[in-house]
Design a protein around this ligand. Structure first.
Ligand code: ADP
Length: 323
């Protein structure tokens, strides 16, 4: 490997810049030429590619978003689109690619690798923590901390007015943001895609609390919860428990932005460094992850396909602590 390119793609996440900085500087350290591709696969297609030096990534470790920008690119789903995009790498003799993104971005990278043989390394850049083969994804910790801060504030007003708040956090297929932020804010219950939502149980538990005059409650719902998100849950609760003053709050995109936490900067730096080491060691088609504080390299296909199992223990703990 002599010349590598890097891109950020799909949903942005805080810490992508820190990862980018690590990849660029480690690449340069090992004598590689490093190219930045703007707007993910769109920029690869449109030849929006530029050579990077150490200064191009100065003063970005603390910034959310991504200086390379991100995009969703329809054309890349087709073989012709990918051929057109690859031609722009080929003409610069780029012979390695680092993709920071989520499962969609990894699927695109895998196809590029299969069709043109270019080695690709994936870095898990997603707030959802929905990739298999790593204990952390870049941006998850920041998103959870943002959610915790917001839910703490909601609790103040819930407490002042004796309200039941149903707070929806991000997570279409993975409930980790809901699980972690819910536990950390003392939620009454947490509804996530990985566990079936039994509204009868939720109602029973709230009725019991109502009898004890415990009217201040927070329910944290992942947007991809099987029941259909916070608004659907609220509908049922309002109907069946009219005594509760029930409000919905959907946190939305604030969870994507902001300065990355120390933890996200650390894992981004570490993963970025190891992305280059992996390329130099001849690895390809793998996602760099961290498991039990050791680096791990999971085939992209498995990182996308396999699912973590959420420990039932956590849900039990939620129940016991919320009594
Ligand atoms: P994320 O990486 O966050 O999951 P997306 O699913 O939007 O985000 O994927 C980002 C981009 O990756 C897409 O816009 C597309 O260009 C590319 N991509 C996603 N899935 C595929 C696929 N099946 N084949 C080829 N390219 C894909």
């Amino acid at each position: 490997v002599n010349k590598i390119a890097i891109l950020t793609s799909g949903g942005d996440s805080p810490g992508m810049n820190a990862a980018l900085r690590a990849v660029v500087r480690t690449g340069l350290y090992f004598g590689l030429e490093v190219y930045g591709i703007m707007r993910g696969y769109s920029g690869m297609m449109e030849d929006d590619i530029f050579q990077m030096d150490s200064r191009s990534v100065a003063n970005i470790i603390q910034r959310g978003g991504t200086i390379l920008k991100s995009a969703r690119c329809k054309e890349f789903y087709t073989a012709e689109g990918r051929a057109k995009a690859y031609a722009n790498l080929k003409k610069r003799d780029i012979d390695g690619l680092v993709v920071i993104g989520g499962d969609g971005s990894f699927t695109g990278a895998m196809k590029l690798q299969a069709e043109f043989g270019i080695p690709v390394i994936g870095l898990p850049g997603t707030i959802d923590k929905d990739l298999y083969g790593t204990d952390f994804t870049i941006g998850f910790d920041t998103a959870v901390n943002t959610a915790v801060e917001a839910i703490d504030k909601i609790r103040d007003t819930a407490d002042a007015h004796d309200r039941l708040f149903i707070v929806e956090v991000m997570g279409r297929h993975a409930g980790y943001i809901a699980l972690h932020s819910g536990i950390a804010t003392g939620a009454e219950t947490i509804l996530i895609p990985e566990a079936s939502t039994n509204m009868d149980d939720v109602i029973a538990s709230l009725s019991e609390k109502e009898k004890r005059k415990k009217l201040v409650n927070i329910i944290v719902v992942a947007e991809g919860d099987a029941f259909g998100g916070a608004n659907e849950v609220a509908k049922v609760i309002k109907e069946r428990l009219p005594k509760f003053d029930t409000k919905v709050s959907i946190l939305g995109h604030i969870q994507r932005g902001g300065s990355p936490t120390c933890s996200d900067r650390l894992i981004a730096s570490r993963m970025g460094y190891h992305a280059i080491e992996a390329l130099l060691a001849g690895k390809s088609n793998v996602m760099v992850g961290i498991i039990n504080n050791e680096m791990s390299y999971t085939p992209l296909e498995i990182a996308i396909r396999e699912k973590d199992i959420i420990d039932e223990d956590w849900l039990r703990i939620v129940k016991i602590l919320a009594s």
